[in-house]
Every structure is written in structure tokens, then in C-alpha cells.
Design a protein around this ligand. Structure first.
Ligand code: CUA
Length: 159
């Protein structure tokens, strides 16, 4: 009787764990997480709309100045969207993902290097002590214009 009760308890517990696990697995935790590219594009677009600050004469992409916290950067053949303008001394969690093929993300500021596999978001902590202009380059061959897939990361002084 007691053994049966324990077996039932274990079975119920296993079912609960199995039900919860997929949701838990999708949570942004640690350094990367799975997310549909369309959903990632929507988050990036929402940030870009809410914090637009001009247009880069260099890359033609919009310049976006998001507040401290989560910021988004999209890689697609062969550009980075948008151009991010961050504030010195503040901490950002940069979420980076590809919309099409495998790209490589390299940021000169902290020498961060990530492989961008479509469907997976990489999270990089960014904090610049001083204002400046840093380089984002694609570090994995992604076709014809791979070498031109570059963008600045702008860091400004506190207002
Ligand atoms: Cu993108 Cu190389």
C-alpha cells in the first residue's frame, strides 16, 4: 500500500516536471536562449520605435538610444539593425540574434564573440566606462558581403 503511494507520488511529480520543463527551458537565462526570429524582430522593432534618435549616415540604419537594461540587435545579410547608442557607465544586456543565416558577432569594446545561429539569442553584457565609438563586425563567413557587415556601437557621456 505504501509502496504504491510512493510510486504514485513519483509518477505525479515526474508529470509536473515534464509539463514545466519546456517553459523553463525557454526562459532567458544565462548566456543564450531559444526564440523564434519573428518574435525577436518584434522586440527589436518595439525598442527601435520607442527610442529612435536619428539615422546613421554611415550605415543608413536608424540610431536608437534605449534605456539601461535589455537592448536588441539583429543580424541579417549584411547589416546590423539598429545602430545602438548607449550611455557610458550604465549596464546593458545586449540580446543579439540572426534573422537569416549563421553570422558571427564580435564587439571591440569587450572583445565579446558569439556565433549567431538563427532561432537562438545570445546575451552579452555591455558596459562602457567612457564615451566612444566601438566596432561590431561579423566574424563568421556569411556570403558575398560578409566583409562589409559592420556597424558602430556608440557610447555617449551622461546627459
Ligand atoms: Cu554576417 Cu559574416
Amino acid at each position: 500500500m505504501r509502496q504504491r503511494l510512493i510510486a504514485t507520488l513519483i509518477a505525479v511529480l515526474s508529470m509536473v516536471l515534464l509539463a514545466v520543463m519546456p517553459a523553463w527551458w525557454r526562459q532567458p537565462k544565462g548566456l543564450s536562449y531559444a526564440l523564434d526570429p519573428d518574435q525577436f524582430a518584434a522586440r527589436t522593432e518595439a525598442m527601435a520605435k520607442a527610442h529612435a534618435s536619428g539615422r546613421s549616415t554611415e550605415t543608413g540604419q536608424p540610431i536608437v538610444r534605449p534605456p539601461e537594461g535589455d537592448v536588441y540587435l539583429m543580424a541579417r545579410r549584411w547589416s546590423w539593425y539598429p545602430v545602438l547608442e548607449l550611455e557610458a557607465g550604465r549596464r546593458y544586456r545586449l540580446h543579439v540574434a540572426s534573422q537569416d543565416v549563421v553570422h558571427g558577432f564580435h564587439l571591440s569594446l569587450n572583445d565579446a564573440e558569439r556565433l549567431l545561429v538563427p532561432g537562438r539569442v545570445e546575451v552579452v553584457t555591455v558596459r562602457a566606462e567612457k564615451p566612444g565609438r566601438f566596432a561590431i563586425v561579423c566574424s563568421d563567413y556569411c556570403g558575398l558581403e560578409h566583409n562589409g557587415m559592420q556597424a558602430p556601437l556608440l557610447v555617449t557621456d551622461k546627459p
